[in-house]
Structure formats: structure tokens, C-alpha cells
Design a protein around this ligand. Structure first.
Ligand code: NAI
Ligand code: 15L
Length: 264
């Protein structure tokens, strides 16, 4: 086993439930946290319900933890006020807990929506300037800046995963580019947890899809090698969805429908 204790936030969510059994093989003890109800603890699991907006409760989660996979928070576009507690304060509380309790590595679930206002024809690297497509994307950009600051100031390492679309299957034409299979998600998180030196690395979370918008070569030190591809789903998606008007914002921009959403 690589770790004594790992912390998984957002354990009750979609990806939390996918990763929960898979992280068990990396650690003796898996601490699970969420504000929503979680399945009962199995062997080697510990449930620690907490609201990320609660500083003391969230910082305490990091006590005795070797590394954290931080998935918790609001995962779609909402008002700034709704996002601020879980995503802005919550990320700050996780990093403060890591600093105070000596946790040395964070795997941060960032999002492709940090750069959602690049167009779908462009190929960008993790070094491209952020172009968030909403308050949600802005909150993930803030999380990445926190990660950089806590590395520069305190040496706490982070891999920020700008996850594309991690679902059982791609749902539409856009996700043919952005899809991240659950098995590749596991490979990516495992690489982020176990690569020897990461500093603050930023990587896009996608499978080995045929047509992509993101160039991950600067993150090759992570050793992430995707094994799946969205291509097997292309024919069915193209038959179902038909041709999309390329002038519509949802088809023009990498962030898809997120670029038109919001509490306005
Ligand atoms: P999800 O919405 O299913 O799970 C997020 C979890 O965070 C939920 O269980 C929720 O209860 C919890 N949470 C929300 N507010 C909280 C609070 N105040 N305190 C404690 N817990 C709180 O999202 P999903 O799909 O599992 O995504 C996991 C992470 O990955 C999120 O951070 C999301 O932004 C990120 N991500 C996911 C993508 C995907 O394709 N599923 C794509 C890009 C990023
Ligand atoms: C995200 O950041 C969301 O959490 C997820 O629900 C998907 O919509 C994904 O991005 C996407 O861009 O497809």
C-alpha cells in the first residue's frame, strides 16, 4: 500500500462514489467526507461528514492524512454566493488543514471550465491563460491559484486536474473531445497521488480521444497514460445528435453550454 491514510472529499458525489472503492487499494485507511449522506463505512473506511464552508470541521479532516483527493464542492454553474462557501472558502480550508497538519499532497478536482471560453478549434496547454466561463470556472481558477501559493509558500504539492467530462459514456458531440472514462480517471488520480515530484502541476483530465483541444505534454512527468477513447461512441452520438449549428455558443466554445448559463 502506498499510503497509510487518504482523505476523499465529495465522497457522496458522482466521482466520489466511483473513486471510493478504487482508492481503497492505495491506502490502509480511507477517510471519506461530504455534507450529503454517504454509504456506511466498510473495512478500512472512516466517515467524517463535514461542510467545507466550516473552517474548523474541514481543517480537522486533514489530521493524520498523507494526501487528499479534493472533489467536494459545487460542480456546476450557480450564483457566486452559492459557490463561494464550498468552493472558495472550502478550498482555502482544505489547504489550511493541509498546512497545519502536515499533509504534503493535494489532488484537486479542477475543471475544463477554467478555460471554457477558448474556442473548440483551438488547442491549448495547461499554461494558457485562464478564460473561465462562469463563477464555477472562476472558483476552480481560484483553487488552482491557492494550490500554486501553498506550494510556493509551504511546499505542499498539488496536481490540479482540469477534468473534462467524466461520465460512464460521453453524452454528446462535445464530450467526444472532453470525455474521461472512469478507468482513466482512476489512472489519472493514481498518477497524481504517486508521481515522485509534482510541485504544482496542471493537467487536463481526458481519455485518449481522437480529436482533442488540450495538449498535456507539459504534464508528462505524471506518467498518466489513458487507455480508453470516446471514438467507440462516435457513430451513435452523431446519429442521435445530428449537425450542431457551429455559431451557437454551446458549439463554439470549449465550455459548451456552461458559457451561456448563470444566475443573470
Ligand atoms: P458532484 O456534484 O456529484 O459531487 C460533489 C460533492 O461535493 C457532492 O457529493 C456534494 O454533496 C459535495 N459538496 C457540495 N457542497 C459541499 C459542502 N459545502 N461541503 C461538503 N461537501 C459538499 O460532482 P462530481 O461530478 O462528482 O465532481 C467531483 C468534482 O470534480 C467536483 O469538484 C467537480 O467540480 C469536479 N469536476 C467534475 C467533472 C465531471 O465530469 N464529473 C468535470 C470537471 C470537474
Ligand atoms: C464540469 O466541470 C462539471 O462538474 C460536470 O458536471 C460536466 O458538466 C463537465 O464539467 C463538462 O464540462 O462536461
Amino acid at each position: 500500500l502506498r499510503f497509510h491514510r487518504l482523505l476523499l472529499t465529495g465522497a457522496a458525489g458522482h466521482l466520489g462514489r466511483v473513486l471510493r472503492p478504487r482508492l481503497k487499494s492505495l491506502c490502509a485507511e480511507l477517510r471519506l467526507s461530504d455534507v450529503a449522506p454517504m454509504d456506511p463505512a466498510g473495512p478500512g473506511e472512516e466517515l467524517r461528514p463535514a461542510d467545507l464552508a466550516d473552517k474548523a470541521a474541514t481543517m480537522a479532516l486533514l489530521d493524520g492524512v498523507d494526501a487528499v483527493v479534493h472533489l467536494g464542492g459545487i460542480s456546476t454553474e450557480h450564483s457566486f454566493e452559492d459557490i463561494a462557501g464550498p468552493n472558495l472558502f472550502g478550498a482555502y480550508h482544505v489547504y489550511e488543514g493541509a498546512r497545519v497538519h502536515g499533509c504534503r499532497r493535494v489532488v484537486f478536482a479542477s475543471s475544463n471550465h477554467v478555460t471554457g471560453f477558448y474556442t473548440q478549434g483551438e488547442t491549448i496547454s495547461p499554461q494558457a491563460a485562464p478564460r473561465p466561463d462562469g463563477y464555477y470556472g472562476l472558483s476552480k481558477a481560484f483553487g488552482e491559484n491557492l494550490a500554486q501559493f501553498y506550494f510556493d509558500r509551504w511546499g505542499i504539492e498539488t496536481v490540479s486536474l482540469r477534468i473534462g467530462s467524466s461520465f460512464a459514456k460521453p453524452a454528446d458531440r462535445r464530450m467526444l473531445a472532453t470525455w474521461l472514462s472512469f478507468d482513466d480517471l482512476e489512472r489519472l488520480v493514481t498518477a497524481a497521488l504517486t508521481a515522485p515530484v509534482v510541485g504544482h502541476s496542471v493537467v487536463y483530465g481526458m481519455s485518449d480521444n481522437r480529436l482533442v483541444w488540450w495538449d498535456n505534454r507539459s504534464a508528462s512527468h505524471l506518467g498518466y497514460q489513458p487507455q480508453d477513447s470516446s471514438e467507440q461512441f462516435r457513430a451513435a452520438i452523431e446519429a442521435r445528435q445530428g449537425i450542431v449549428d457551429p455559431t451557437l455558443p454551446a458549439a463554439r466554445f470549449q465550455g459548451g453550454a456552461f458559457v451561456t448559463q448563470g444566475p443573470f
